[in-house]
Design a protein around this ligand. Structure first.
Ligand SMILES: Nc1ncnc2c1ncn2[C@@H]1O[C@H](COP(=O)(O)OP(=O)(O)O)[C@@H](O)[C@H]1O
Ligand SMILES: [Mg+2]
Length: 583
């Protein structure tokens, strides 16, 4: 029942009650008044008639005529009907009916309700009798008329009041309809709806509060939408589940990562993603979340559809109910790190390979050094001895020219063997590297190259202190130059070769730069596969084993240049000591 109808109903009930009470009082009053009036009227009538009857006995002529004439003149006495009967009971006179409101009567029920029970009075006179009958019908009609007027008045008041209240309330409550409309619009999710400023201060306050609430809702709705969009478009899998593990949010990235669509997984348990053996980790995470702690950057595994295991980085935070401030769930953010893990593994393997290469190189160098030493100490001594003996024989056999010639040939061959052995020794292990340092060893090597290849102008530039670079750097730089010069001589058809070795600073750290260039034919298409042969590959591996960089630059017909950069402040694990176990 709406407010308007209720107020109308209340007014009606009040008016009805009022009418009932007032009506009751009026009816009571009227009843009392009529009784008193009738009784007084009866008394007056009786008195009058008694007086007249008495005096008529002394009048000349028959007493009855006098009385009759008097009665005719008198007519009605107030509300009393007079009837005169002769001695035989015949009606001689009957007072005329009242002209007051003649022809109209109050309704029966009203008459019954109000009219007093009055007795007719009989006055005996000589030669007959007079009946005096009180008739309250006119007074009752008066009372009825008064009551009717009151009822009409009340009815008019009722209609007027109800009508006015109805219209006024309708007008005053019009904002209520607008407010309700605004609320239902909002319920349908239209947060941009606003209410006007109503003239009534109460509704004005409601409207202002409503608008403020709508502002706040619109803002938080927009914020929510933004967050939802972020969650939806995030490249990380975002999952929300309650404390029993039942999933309530599952974004598209989670679909991609784990292979379950959100329709499939929503409402199901997140333990579906726990791979065998990791139950304890998941339980520990949940325990931390329940204590309002976060889990950060945990590298772990989860199980995707079909049992496939994915390496993930996991971050989790508690989902807190803002009203009760209690943890009601867990928000998990997971990133696929399978590729990262693989790259990490590859990096580890690469590192191991480099260490292995370095170790092999070191052992190779050791081996070369020991062979060189053997050659020098054993073969060198023997050849020297042969040469000395040959010279002695030659000196003693001057008279026997044939023997002498043979002895000299032995000396010559021994000298040649000596030179060859020394060449081999130099190739195997430049002794200058051990005794004098990289710069001198390079000078010696380049000089030997110049001697062997007089048609190639070879330029060597050395910059900075190249003395104490350490065994690993020394031998790497030396071998790079050695291999490059061999290639120049063997493949380049060049007329010039430039070698530059210098120290430099990069990002504040010391490096050694070794570059060798020529003006030969350069690497052709054909050499692309050949470039993967051991010479270039070996140089690259040597340099990379020391965490250095190796570059080749070449255009056909414009020569080839090789550049190796070796860090001098080598990290401890990039240089493996001889005899260290292979990791
Ligand atoms: N300075 C150079 N000029 C032209 N071609 C070269 C040069 N150095 C190397 N190459 C080409 O690259 C190939 C690979 O060289 P390398 O790995 O040292 O192997 P190898 O010297 O045993 O042939 C050579 O066969 C050659 O064709
Ligand atoms: Mg080569």
């Amino acid at each position: 029942m709406n407010l308007r109808f209720r107020i109308n109903l209340i007014i009606s009930v009040v008016i009805a009650l009022f009418t009932l009470i007032v009506g009751n009082i009026l009816v009571d009053d009227a009843r009392r008044g009529i009784r008193e009036e009738m009784e007084a009227g009866t008394k007056v009538t009786l008195q009058l008639l008694t007086t007249v009857i008495y005096s008529s006995q002394y009048m000349p002529g028959p007493g009855g005529d006098v009385l009759l004439r008097f009665l005719h003149r008198l007519g009605r006495v107030r509300a009393h009907e007079l009837r005169l009967y002769d001695d035989r009971g015949r009606l001689v006179y009957h007072s005329p009916p009242s002209l007051y409101k003649s022809g109209r009567e109050a309704p029966h029920w009203f008459v019954g309700l109000i009219s007093p029970k009055l007795q007719e009075v009989e006055i005996l006179i000589p030669g007959g009798r007079i009946d005096v009958a009180p008739d309250a019908s006119r007074s009752v009609l008066d009372a009825w008329d008064d009551l009717s007027s009151l009822l009409w008045l009340v009815f008019a008041l009722f209609v007027l009041l109800n009508g006015m209240v109805f219209l006024l309330l309708g007008h005053a409550l019009r904002p209520v309809r607008q407010i309700l409309q605004g609320l239902s619009e909002m319920q349908r999710g239209r947060f941009e709806v606003r209410l006007p400023a109503f003239p009534l201060p109460e509704f004005g306050a409601i409207s202002a509060t409503f608008n403020r609430m709508a502002d706040a809702l619109e803002e938080s709705y927009a914020e929510n939408r933004r967050l939802a969009l972020v969650a939806k478009q995030s490249s990380d899998a975002i999952i929300i589940h309650d404390l029993d593990g039942n999933v309530s949010f599952w974004n598209p990235a989670a679909e991609r990562l784990f292979g379950y669509s959100s329709e499939e997984i929503l409402g199901r348990s997140a333990t579906l993603l726990t791979p065998p053996g990791l139950e304890q980790e998941v339980a520990d995470n949940l325990a931390a979340i329940k204590q309002q702690r976060v889990v950060e950057n945990l590298e772990t595994r989860r199980q995707a559809r079909g049992g496939r295991t994915v390496d993930i980085a996991l971050a989790a935070a508690p989902l807190i109910d803002p009203t009760s401030n209690e943890v009601i769930g867990e928000i998990c953010c997971m990133r696929d790190i399978t590729a990262y893990k693989r790259a990490q593994q590859a990096q580890v393997e690469l590192q191991q390979n480099r260490r292995l290469t370095q170790l092999i190189q070191i052992h190779l160098e050791e081996e070369r050094r020991s062979i060189a030493r053997e050659l020098h100490d054993e073969l060198g001594q023997c050849v020297t001895a042969i040469k000395t003996i040959g010279t002695a024989i030659a000196n003693r056999t001057t008279e026997t020219p044939e023997v002498n010639r043979s002895a000299r040939t032995i000396v010559e061959v021994a000298s040649h063997i000596y030179d060859v052995v020394h060449g081999i020794i130099r190739q195997l292990r430049p002794s200058a590297l051990d005794h004098l340092g990289l710069d001198d060893a390079l000078e010696e090597s380049v000089n030997a190259f110049r001697e062997r290849h007089p048609l190639i102008a070879c330029e060597l530039r050395l910059e900075g202190d190249l003395k104490s670079l350490g065994e690993a750097v020394n031998i790497t730089a030396y071998r790079v130059v050695q291999e490059c010069l061999t290639n120049v001589a063997r493949h380049s058809e060049a007329t010039q070769a430039r070698i530059a070795v210098r120290r430099l600073l990069r990002d504040g750290a010391p490096w050694l730069e070794v570059s060798v260039g020529d003006n030969g034919r350069g690497l052709g298409e054909r050499d692309a596969t050949e470039a993967a042969r051991f010479g270039l590959l070996g140089m690259r591996e040597r340099v990379q084993a020391l965490a250095g960089e190796f570059d080749l630059a070449s255009k056909p017909g414009q020569g080839l240049s090789v550049r190796a950069l070796i860090p001098l402040a080598a990290s401890p694990d990039s240089v493996v000591p001889v005899g260290a176990p292979i990791p």
